[in-house]
Design a protein around this ligand. Structure first.
Ligand SMILES: NC(=O)c1ccc[n+]([C@@H]2O[C@H](COP(=O)([O-])OP(=O)(O)OC[C@H]3O[C@@H](n4cnc5c(N)ncnc54)[C@H](OP(=O)(O)O)[C@@H]3O)[C@@H](O)[C@H]2O)c1
Length: 225
Protein backbone atom coordinates (compact mmCIF):
# COMPACT_ATOMS: atom_id res chain seq x y z
CA UNK A 1 0.00 0.00 0.00
CA UNK A 2 1.39 3.37 -0.87
CA UNK A 3 0.83 6.75 -2.40
CA UNK A 4 0.33 6.52 -6.18
CA UNK A 5 0.32 9.47 -8.57
CA UNK A 6 -1.89 8.86 -11.63
CA UNK A 7 -2.30 10.82 -14.87
CA UNK A 8 -5.19 10.19 -17.24
CA UNK A 9 -7.33 9.42 -14.20
CA UNK A 10 -10.48 10.86 -15.81
CA UNK A 11 -10.27 8.61 -18.89
CA UNK A 12 -11.65 5.16 -19.61
CA UNK A 13 -8.68 3.20 -18.30
CA UNK A 14 -7.75 5.84 -15.70
CA UNK A 15 -11.12 5.83 -13.91
CA UNK A 16 -10.93 2.05 -13.62
CA UNK A 17 -7.35 2.32 -12.42
CA UNK A 18 -8.14 4.83 -9.69
CA UNK A 19 -10.97 2.57 -8.51
CA UNK A 20 -8.73 -0.48 -8.43
CA UNK A 21 -5.91 1.33 -6.64
CA UNK A 22 -8.25 2.68 -3.97
CA UNK A 23 -9.81 -0.76 -3.61
CA UNK A 24 -6.32 -2.21 -3.09
CA UNK A 25 -5.71 0.27 -0.29
CA UNK A 26 -3.48 2.76 -2.08
CA UNK A 27 -3.65 6.48 -1.51
CA UNK A 28 -4.18 8.07 -4.95
CA UNK A 29 -3.42 11.55 -6.26
CA UNK A 30 -4.69 12.32 -9.76
CA UNK A 31 -2.90 14.84 -11.98
CA UNK A 32 -4.91 16.33 -14.84
CA UNK A 33 -7.26 18.95 -16.23
CA UNK A 34 -10.54 17.97 -14.67
CA UNK A 35 -9.64 15.91 -11.63
CA UNK A 36 -12.01 17.80 -9.32
CA UNK A 37 -14.78 15.39 -10.27
CA UNK A 38 -12.85 12.39 -8.92
CA UNK A 39 -13.19 11.09 -5.36
CA UNK A 40 -9.43 11.23 -4.79
CA UNK A 41 -7.11 14.18 -4.27
CA UNK A 42 -6.50 16.05 -7.52
CA UNK A 43 -3.80 18.32 -8.85
CA UNK A 44 -5.02 20.55 -11.68
CA UNK A 45 -2.55 20.51 -14.55
CA UNK A 46 -2.50 20.57 -18.34
CA UNK A 47 -0.08 17.86 -19.44
CA UNK A 48 0.25 19.56 -22.81
CA UNK A 49 2.33 22.15 -20.94
CA UNK A 50 4.99 20.14 -19.06
CA UNK A 51 6.73 23.37 -18.04
CA UNK A 52 3.80 24.14 -15.72
CA UNK A 53 3.98 20.86 -13.82
CA UNK A 54 6.61 21.89 -11.28
CA UNK A 55 4.38 24.69 -10.05
CA UNK A 56 1.31 22.44 -10.04
CA UNK A 57 3.10 19.79 -8.01
CA UNK A 58 4.08 22.37 -5.41
CA UNK A 59 0.61 22.02 -3.87
CA UNK A 60 1.43 18.40 -3.08
CA UNK A 61 4.84 19.40 -1.77
CA UNK A 62 3.32 22.13 0.42
CA UNK A 63 0.93 19.55 1.86
CA UNK A 64 3.99 17.46 2.75
CA UNK A 65 2.83 14.63 0.50
CA UNK A 66 5.16 14.71 -2.46
CA UNK A 67 7.87 13.00 -0.40
CA UNK A 68 5.76 9.90 0.21
CA UNK A 69 4.97 9.12 -3.44
CA UNK A 70 5.81 5.47 -4.08
CA UNK A 71 4.57 5.05 -7.63
CA UNK A 72 3.74 7.08 -10.72
CA UNK A 73 1.38 5.72 -13.37
CA UNK A 74 1.33 7.79 -16.55
CA UNK A 75 -1.93 6.82 -18.24
CA UNK A 76 -2.83 10.10 -19.97
CA UNK A 77 -2.69 10.06 -23.72
CA UNK A 78 -4.09 11.67 -26.83
CA UNK A 79 -4.35 9.95 -30.15
CA UNK A 80 -4.87 12.23 -33.15
CA UNK A 81 -5.44 10.48 -36.45
CA UNK A 82 -3.66 12.51 -39.13
CA UNK A 83 -0.70 12.14 -41.45
CA UNK A 84 2.41 14.30 -41.16
CA UNK A 85 1.22 16.05 -44.31
CA UNK A 86 -2.12 16.95 -42.74
CA UNK A 87 -1.29 17.58 -39.07
CA UNK A 88 -0.26 21.05 -37.95
CA UNK A 89 2.75 21.57 -35.73
CA UNK A 90 0.56 22.18 -32.68
CA UNK A 91 -0.96 18.70 -33.03
CA UNK A 92 2.50 17.14 -33.01
CA UNK A 93 3.67 19.33 -30.12
CA UNK A 94 0.63 18.51 -27.97
CA UNK A 95 0.82 14.79 -28.70
CA UNK A 96 4.49 14.60 -27.73
CA UNK A 97 3.89 16.79 -24.67
CA UNK A 98 0.92 14.85 -23.27
CA UNK A 99 2.11 11.37 -24.21
CA UNK A 100 5.80 11.60 -23.35
CA UNK A 101 7.07 15.06 -22.33
CA UNK A 102 4.80 15.33 -19.30
CA UNK A 103 5.75 11.79 -18.27
CA UNK A 104 9.44 12.68 -18.23
CA UNK A 105 8.78 15.86 -16.27
CA UNK A 106 6.59 14.11 -13.67
CA UNK A 107 9.25 11.45 -13.23
CA UNK A 108 11.86 14.16 -12.72
CA UNK A 109 9.72 15.88 -10.11
CA UNK A 110 8.94 12.69 -8.20
CA UNK A 111 12.34 10.98 -8.45
CA UNK A 112 13.60 12.01 -5.01
CA UNK A 113 10.54 10.35 -3.47
CA UNK A 114 10.69 7.35 -5.80
CA UNK A 115 14.36 6.77 -5.00
CA UNK A 116 13.71 7.01 -1.28
CA UNK A 117 10.90 4.46 -1.46
CA UNK A 118 12.57 2.32 -4.15
CA UNK A 119 9.37 3.03 -6.00
CA UNK A 120 7.81 2.20 -9.34
CA UNK A 121 7.10 4.09 -12.58
CA UNK A 122 4.49 2.63 -14.94
CA UNK A 123 4.03 4.03 -18.44
CA UNK A 124 0.84 3.06 -20.28
CA UNK A 125 2.00 2.70 -23.88
CA UNK A 126 -0.02 1.26 -26.77
CA UNK A 127 -0.75 -1.98 -28.56
CA UNK A 128 2.15 -4.43 -28.50
CA UNK A 129 4.37 -4.30 -31.57
CA UNK A 130 2.77 -1.17 -32.98
CA UNK A 131 5.08 0.73 -35.32
CA UNK A 132 4.92 2.66 -38.56
CA UNK A 133 1.18 3.28 -38.88
CA UNK A 134 0.10 5.64 -41.66
CA UNK A 135 -2.12 8.55 -40.50
CA UNK A 136 -1.13 7.89 -36.88
CA UNK A 137 2.41 9.24 -37.03
CA UNK A 138 2.29 11.69 -34.11
CA UNK A 139 0.73 9.09 -31.80
CA UNK A 140 2.96 6.20 -32.86
CA UNK A 141 6.04 8.45 -32.69
CA UNK A 142 5.13 9.59 -29.18
CA UNK A 143 4.61 6.04 -27.93
CA UNK A 144 7.92 4.91 -29.46
CA UNK A 145 9.56 7.77 -27.59
CA UNK A 146 7.75 6.74 -24.40
CA UNK A 147 9.09 3.19 -24.77
CA UNK A 148 12.67 4.45 -25.18
CA UNK A 149 12.22 6.84 -22.27
CA UNK A 150 11.16 3.91 -20.12
CA UNK A 151 14.09 1.74 -21.18
CA UNK A 152 16.61 4.53 -20.57
CA UNK A 153 15.05 5.46 -17.23
CA UNK A 154 15.19 1.81 -16.12
CA UNK A 155 18.94 1.80 -16.76
CA UNK A 156 19.46 5.19 -15.11
CA UNK A 157 17.54 4.40 -11.95
CA UNK A 158 18.51 0.77 -11.40
CA UNK A 159 21.15 1.73 -8.86
CA UNK A 160 18.49 3.57 -6.86
CA UNK A 161 16.13 0.60 -6.86
CA UNK A 162 13.44 2.35 -8.92
CA UNK A 163 11.39 -0.03 -11.06
CA UNK A 164 10.17 1.00 -14.51
CA UNK A 165 7.41 -0.88 -16.33
CA UNK A 166 5.85 -0.31 -19.73
CA UNK A 167 2.34 -1.69 -20.17
CA UNK A 168 1.21 -2.24 -23.75
CA UNK A 169 -2.58 -2.60 -23.84
CA UNK A 170 -4.30 -3.92 -26.94
CA UNK A 171 -7.75 -2.64 -27.94
CA UNK A 172 -9.51 -1.55 -24.75
CA UNK A 173 -13.18 -0.49 -24.64
CA UNK A 174 -12.99 3.28 -24.08
CA UNK A 175 -14.38 6.32 -25.88
CA UNK A 176 -10.87 7.01 -27.18
CA UNK A 177 -10.73 3.71 -29.02
CA UNK A 178 -14.19 4.33 -30.47
CA UNK A 179 -13.03 7.69 -31.83
CA UNK A 180 -9.80 6.27 -33.26
CA UNK A 181 -11.59 3.36 -34.96
CA UNK A 182 -14.14 5.78 -36.41
CA UNK A 183 -11.38 8.06 -37.75
CA UNK A 184 -9.79 5.04 -39.45
CA UNK A 185 -13.17 3.87 -40.75
CA UNK A 186 -12.82 0.61 -38.83
CA UNK A 187 -15.58 -1.12 -36.85
CA UNK A 188 -15.64 -0.85 -33.06
CA UNK A 189 -17.28 -3.52 -30.96
CA UNK A 190 -16.58 -2.88 -27.24
CA UNK A 191 -17.60 -6.47 -26.51
CA UNK A 192 -14.54 -7.73 -28.42
CA UNK A 193 -12.16 -5.42 -26.56
CA UNK A 194 -10.37 -5.61 -23.22
CA UNK A 195 -12.36 -4.11 -20.34
CA UNK A 196 -10.66 -1.05 -18.79
CA UNK A 197 -11.04 -2.79 -15.41
CA UNK A 198 -8.86 -5.62 -16.69
CA UNK A 199 -6.01 -3.27 -17.64
CA UNK A 200 -6.45 -1.56 -14.26
CA UNK A 201 -6.20 -4.89 -12.43
CA UNK A 202 -3.05 -5.76 -14.34
CA UNK A 203 -1.41 -2.44 -13.47
CA UNK A 204 -2.27 -3.07 -9.80
CA UNK A 205 -0.69 -6.50 -10.13
CA UNK A 206 2.47 -4.95 -11.63
CA UNK A 207 2.66 -2.52 -8.69
CA UNK A 208 2.30 -5.35 -6.20
CA UNK A 209 5.20 -7.45 -7.53
CA UNK A 210 7.34 -9.03 -4.80
CA UNK A 211 10.73 -7.52 -3.84
CA UNK A 212 12.92 -9.90 -5.86
CA UNK A 213 11.40 -9.40 -9.34
CA UNK A 214 8.89 -7.41 -11.35
CA UNK A 215 7.51 -7.28 -14.93
CA UNK A 216 9.39 -4.55 -16.80
CA UNK A 217 7.17 -4.96 -19.86
CA UNK A 218 3.63 -6.26 -20.06
CA UNK A 219 1.78 -6.77 -23.34
CA UNK A 220 -1.96 -7.29 -22.98
CA UNK A 221 -4.15 -8.64 -25.77
CA UNK A 222 -7.88 -9.41 -25.91
CA UNK A 223 -8.43 -13.13 -25.44
CA UNK A 224 -9.01 -14.94 -28.76
CA UNK A 225 -12.52 -15.90 -29.81
N1 LIG B 1 -8.25 2.44 -25.29
C1 LIG B 1 -7.36 1.68 -25.94
O1 LIG B 1 -7.70 0.83 -26.78
C2 LIG B 1 -5.89 1.86 -25.66
C3 LIG B 1 -5.01 0.92 -26.22
C4 LIG B 1 -3.66 1.07 -25.98
C5 LIG B 1 -3.19 2.09 -25.21
N2 LIG B 1 -4.07 3.00 -24.68
C6 LIG B 1 -3.50 4.08 -23.88
O2 LIG B 1 -4.12 4.08 -22.61
C7 LIG B 1 -4.13 5.42 -22.09
C8 LIG B 1 -5.53 5.77 -21.65
O3 LIG B 1 -6.37 5.62 -22.77
P1 LIG B 1 -7.97 5.69 -22.66
O4 LIG B 1 -8.50 4.81 -23.72
O5 LIG B 1 -8.41 5.52 -21.26
O6 LIG B 1 -8.19 7.20 -23.17
P2 LIG B 1 -9.19 8.36 -22.67
O7 LIG B 1 -10.45 7.78 -22.14
O8 LIG B 1 -9.28 9.32 -23.82
O9 LIG B 1 -8.39 9.04 -21.47
C9 LIG B 1 -7.29 9.87 -21.73
C10 LIG B 1 -6.89 10.55 -20.45
O10 LIG B 1 -5.78 11.45 -20.76
C11 LIG B 1 -6.10 12.72 -20.21
N3 LIG B 1 -5.52 13.83 -20.96
C12 LIG B 1 -5.57 14.05 -22.29
N4 LIG B 1 -5.01 15.24 -22.57
C13 LIG B 1 -4.62 15.78 -21.40
C14 LIG B 1 -3.99 17.00 -21.05
N5 LIG B 1 -3.65 17.92 -21.95
N6 LIG B 1 -3.74 17.24 -19.73
C15 LIG B 1 -4.11 16.33 -18.79
N7 LIG B 1 -4.70 15.16 -19.06
C16 LIG B 1 -4.96 14.89 -20.36
C17 LIG B 1 -7.60 12.80 -20.31
O11 LIG B 1 -8.06 13.84 -19.47
P3 LIG B 1 -9.37 14.72 -19.81
O12 LIG B 1 -10.50 14.01 -19.11
O13 LIG B 1 -9.05 16.05 -19.22
O14 LIG B 1 -9.50 14.75 -21.31
C18 LIG B 1 -8.00 11.40 -19.85
O15 LIG B 1 -7.96 11.33 -18.44
C19 LIG B 1 -3.57 6.31 -23.21
O16 LIG B 1 -2.21 6.59 -22.97
C20 LIG B 1 -3.74 5.46 -24.45
O17 LIG B 1 -2.79 5.78 -25.47
C21 LIG B 1 -5.40 2.90 -24.88
Amino acid sequence: MGHVLVTGATGGIGVALVGALVEAGHQVTAVGRDVGRLDVRGIEADLAEPGTLAAAMRTLEDAGQLADVQALVHCAGISPVASVADADSETLRRTLAVNVGSAAELVRLTLPALRRSRGHVVFVNAAPGMSGVARWSAFVGSKAALRELADSLREEEATYGVRVTTVYPGATATDLLGEVRSAFGRPYDPGRCIRPETIAAMICWVLSAPPDAYPCELSVLPSPG
